[in-house]
Design a protein around this ligand. Structure first.
Ligand code: CUA
Length: 156
């Protein structure tokens, strides 16, 4: 009786691996422009990071979005407690920094992937082509709860 369970489990695992390989192939290559700027990690309260989150801005007469994100042990702010919500087909620039230790900011299934470094602001600009949800994962070891550090971006 138990054997059946294990057979089912192993078929399930094989299906899962195949699915994840296919998912890897269809993962999105977004157009991303990025760079780093320096910042004083002790004084984020006196910078744009005093108020994290999504902002609508107008640049050259166009509506764009800026997203200020702090990565912290062990949450993305915003992203973890509440999702980052941005529209599709609109230019979105992420500004990401860390007040504590090195973290990662990786939108699973895309090439949006950067380190979040204390003292540096990672800047990434992209346009999401369609409404979709993306998981955010921290891919740099940042402490005992690193593995549960995750969040969500909701493209609407
Ligand atoms: Cu934050 Cu790992």
């Amino acid at each position: 009786k138990f054997e059946r369970f294990w057979i089912k489990l192993s078929f399930g695992l094989i299906a899962f691996f195949i699915a994840s390989v296919i998912y890897g192939f269809v993962s999105m290559d977004l157009k991303v422009v990025g760079d780093y700027q320096t910042i004083d990690p002790q004084n984020l309260g006196e910078t744009e990071f005093a108020k994290t989150g999504v902002r609508e801005v107008t640049k050259n007469g166009q509506t764009e979005y800026e997203v200020y994100v702090k990565t912290m042990q062990f949450a993305f702010q915003p992203g973890t407690a509440s999702p980052i919500v941005v529209p599709a087909n609109t230019r979105v620039t992420f500004y990401i920094t860390s007040p504590d230790v090195l973290h990662g900011f990786d939108l699973a299934g895309t090439n949006i992937n950067t380190m979040a470094i204390p003292g540096q602001v990672a800047k990434l600009t992209t346009i999401f082509p369609e409404p979709r949800e993306y998981g955010i994962v921290c891919n740099e070891y940042c402490g005992p709860a690193h593995h549960i550090m995750e969040g969500k971006v909701k493209v609407v």
